[in-house]
Structures are given as C-alpha cells and as structure tokens.
Design a protein around this ligand. Structure first.
Ligand code: GAR
Length: 217
C-alpha cells in the first residue's frame, strides 16, 4: 500500500519537523514526508530538511499581495506535489478560511499549550503568569478559527518552582517531539477519525503520554 504523502509547513528552526522526519524514516511508519515548505526563505529548518534528504522549498509570503493569493499559491504547490496531509510545525502564519476548508480533515497542527487554554503566542510566559501547575502541548486538526480544532493528542508537564519561559518551554518541546509523530501515525492509519467535531481514537495501542503530577513541596 502506498503511504500518504505528507508536507510539513514551517517558519523557523524545525525541531518538530525533525521529529516527524525521524519518525517517518523508521520502518513501518505509515507516512512519507514528501515535502518541507517554509514561508520564510531563511528558516533554519529548510537546511535541516535538505540535510535529511527531504525536498525543501520556500514560498515567501512577502512576495504576495494578500493572504488569499499566498494561500492559493500554497494550495497549488501542495496539489502539484500530490500531498495528502499537511502538518503545521511552527508555521507562524494565519491561513485563510477557504484554504483551511479545502484541507479540512487533512491538516494538523501542534500547539505549545494544553488547548483550549493559552491559544495564540507566548504560551509559556502566559502559563507562568497565570500560575498554572500543569502545562503541555496539543496536536489538533486545523479549523478556520485559530488553535480551536478537534484535539487528537495532548501531553502534560509539571510547572516547577523557579521555571522560566525557556525552562518550561524546553520541557514542553520534549513532549511535542513525542506526541506529534504519535498523532501523525494515528491519523495516517485512519485510527484518529473526526466524528461530530471531535476526534475518536480507534484501538489506541501505543502508551498514552503520562500525566505528570507536580511534585509536592
Ligand atoms: C513549537 O513549540 C510549536 O509548538 C510552536 O512553535 C514552535 C516551533 O518550534 N507553534 C506555535 O506556536 C503555533 N501556534 P520548532 O520550529 O522547533 O518545531
């Protein structure tokens, strides 16, 4: 059986992209990473993708008059490359509703917070400001409203005394690298299905990420 062709969209360093590329390079992974695409030509992740032997292209959003024309070009490129599924991995650009609707059920995103808490930017700073004791990350299907789509998988981490946005962010990022490949696997195997606006997981065989309770004291 041919594997679904996945495009990873990035804007920066691409550490989640690398976690997906590494997972997909292992035997038995049910997806092929066919393309990495950045809206920023200088994204560090493009060189990392190339070094891993993945086709890497940039589509500079600055060359387009508006969001609609950028998204139309993006869609054309994905169609030309026969992409089946899109993974947003630190793609820091809002997508228009028509584009999102075209890819509905075929586009997933990773967000560095436990949605529906802390949508948007600066999630680790805001989690620390709010004094939450548990923080984490979410993989979800993309819908037109930002950071709202049906949740496929989440991982939680403790917020520790003395944490900075960087230390907390590093703890979350390590979990992002675990759940994004796991969620992609579920979607590609058809085991994470959209039903009535929620995700139903069939035959969940892999160990779910542990909920880590903050240490006492
Ligand atoms: C990741 O933490 C990802 O969750 C976040 O950007 C970072 C990209 O890092 N995405 C968002 O904030 C999207 N709203 P990476 O380029 O090393 O994967």
């Amino acid at each position: 059986m041919t594997k679904p062709r996945v495009a990873i969209l990035i804007s920066g360093r691409g550490s989640n992209m690398m976690s997906l590329i590494e997972a997909a390079s292992r035997p038995g992974f049910p997806a092929e990473i066919a393309l990495v695409l950045s809206n920023r030509p200088d994204a560090h992740g493009l060189a990392r993708a190339q070094a891993a032997g993945i086709a890497a292209r940039s589509l500079d959003h600055k060359g387009f008059a508006d969001r609609a024309s950028f998204d139309a070009a993006l869609d054309a490129l994905l169609v030309e490359e026969q992409i089946d599924l899109v993974c947003l991995a630190g793609f820091m650009r809002l997508l228009t509703a028509p584009f999102v609707e075209t890819w509905a059920g075929r586009m997933i995103n990773i967000h560095p917070a436990l949605l529906p808490s802390f949508k948007g930017l600066h999630t680790h700073e805001r989690a620390l400001e709010e004094g939450v004791k548990i923080h984490g990350c979410t993989v979800h299907f993309v819908t037109p409203e930002m950071d709202v789509g049906p949740i496929i998988m989440q991982a939680a981490v403790p917020v520790l005394e003395g944490d900075t946005p960087d230390s907390l962010g590093a703890r979350v990022l390590a979990q992002e690298h675990v759940i994004y490949p796991a969620a992609l696997r579920l979607v590609c195997e058809g085991r994470a299905r959209l039903e009535g606006g929620r995700v139903v997981i069939d035959e969940f065989e892999i160990a779910p990420p542990a909920l880590i309770v903050p240490p006492a004291g």
